[in-house]
Design a protein around this ligand. Structure first.
Ligand SMILES: Cc1cc2nc3c(=O)[nH]c(=O)nc-3n(C[C@H](O)[C@H](O)[C@H](O)COP(=O)(O)O)c2cc1C
Length: 356
């Protein structure tokens, strides 16, 4: 029997609502309380720890509590609420700060969703000197969050994490030790660029003893994805979004919460304007939204995204920009350690429950 703690920090009630929804789905021995009332998470098999984003990450107290509780040997599930919409490109680095603060423990699941920005904070933000905060207040669309759909997603996530934890308890120790590492790579290449990138990636990983099964999404059934140590999703862009085939595949994909994944996009290289100036990252992020959209889709499934990259192509139909093989090699090098038996996210531990 797994003993579970759900603990949360919540100023305006959003994170508490998510905590309660997750708590209801947990069977067996369980406790829920504000994190202020938690002395230690020792004695629990897993602790769900929830926080709001404050000023682009955990506030000082949240960071301190995460560092205090997330120590060697502890298993934690993080859940975060934020006013930024899920596909906001500014969000992933904010969420990464929570992972960083919790890195001493094994992060066995990660969930986030929007939570209403309270009115007084919004009013203050709209009057501050910072142009960024004023923009956030102006663009805020978080009213009414977390809504029923998000709370349902939190429940489904909690069930899925608990199912995995129960399964792991039943798995013989030897089952995962010493076996071959395996990746499932799904691409939606239209003009062959994504397919070339996939083959190069496969070659790079083969050199490291990691088998990569590459398939076009049209050749794969999203509801019958075989178990793997990591899933890679690669898409070309269409009008700044992932191509329809990939969006549909990701929407339908059935994968266990906590499974590791990575995202790669093949995007048109930034074009200079008449004066020869290239767009800034911020300008680019406004029109090229493939990575944030795919990021959000995998997060909504409770997957843990360990890496993301863009490979530029020189024209609408390609070819990939010079040096693309090096970029793919760097991406493979970034991913491989998270699969290595000696790494933190070790497959000798339950593979789908570890995080970057
Ligand atoms: C002081 C303060 C700072 C915040 N900073 C951010 C931020 O940087 N990014 C963001 O997406 N939301 C931000 N928010 C919004 C909260 O993260 C969001 O409303 C959250 O759901 C609140 O959770 P709670 O009701 O559990 O306190 C901030 C809220 C407050 C009060």
């Amino acid at each position: 029997m797994v003993k579970v703690l759900v603990a949360y920090m919540s100023k305006t009630g959003n994170t508490r609502k998510v905590a309660e929804a997750m708590f209801e789905e947990i069977d067996g021995e369980k406790e829920i309380k504000p994190i202020d009332e938690v002395d230690t998470i020792e004695g629990y098999d897993v602790a769900f720890l929830g926080f709001p984003i404050h000023q682009e990450g955990p506030d000082k107290k949240a960071a301190r509590l995460l560092e205090q509780h997330c120590t060697e040997g502890r298993k934690v599930v993080l859940f975060i609420t934020h006013a930024a919409p899920g596909d906001n490109p500014e969000l992933p680095p904010m969420l990464d700060k929570f992972r960083q603060a919790a890195r001493g423990a094994e992060i066995v699941g990660f969930f986030d969703c929007q939570g209403q920005l309270d009115k007084s904070t919004k009013r203050i933000m709209s009057m501050l000197p910072s142009a960024k905060l004023r923009r956030w207040a102006r663009e805020d669309n978080s009213a009414g969050q977390p809504d029923q759909a998000r709370l349902d997603r939190a429940r489904a996530f909690s069930r899925s994490v608990m199912e995995r934890l129960h399964d792991i308890g039943r798995e013989p120790q030897a089952a995962s030790a010493g076996r071959n590492l395996k990746m499932e790579y799904f691409h939606a290449s239209k003009y062959g660029n994504g397919a070339r990138v996939a083959e190069e990636f496969k070659k790079q990983m083969a050199g490291r003893g990691i088998a990569v099964n590459v398939r076009h999404v049209r050749e794969a059934k999203p509801r019958e994805i075989p178990p793997a140590d990591l899933y890679l999703f690669s898409s070309p862009g269409r009008m700044g979004k992932p191509i329809g085939d990939m969006s549909r595949f990701l929407k339908e994909a059935r994968l266990p919460a906590g499974a590791r994944c990575a995202i790669l996009t093949t995007e048109l290289a930034p074009q200079p304007d008449k004066s020869g100036r290239l767009p800034s990252e911020e300008e680019l992020g406004k029109c090229q939204r493939m990575i944030p959209i795919m990021d959000q889709m995998v997060r909504e499934k409770g997957l843990v995204n360990v890496a993301r990259t863009r490979v530029f192509v020189t024209g609408l139909k390609g070819p990939p920009e010079e040096g693309w093989q090096e970029k793919v090699a760097a991406f493979a090098a970034q991913i491989a350690p998270s699969l290595s038996p000696s790494a933190e996210a070790s497959p000798a531990r339950p593979p789908v429950l570890t995080a970057a």
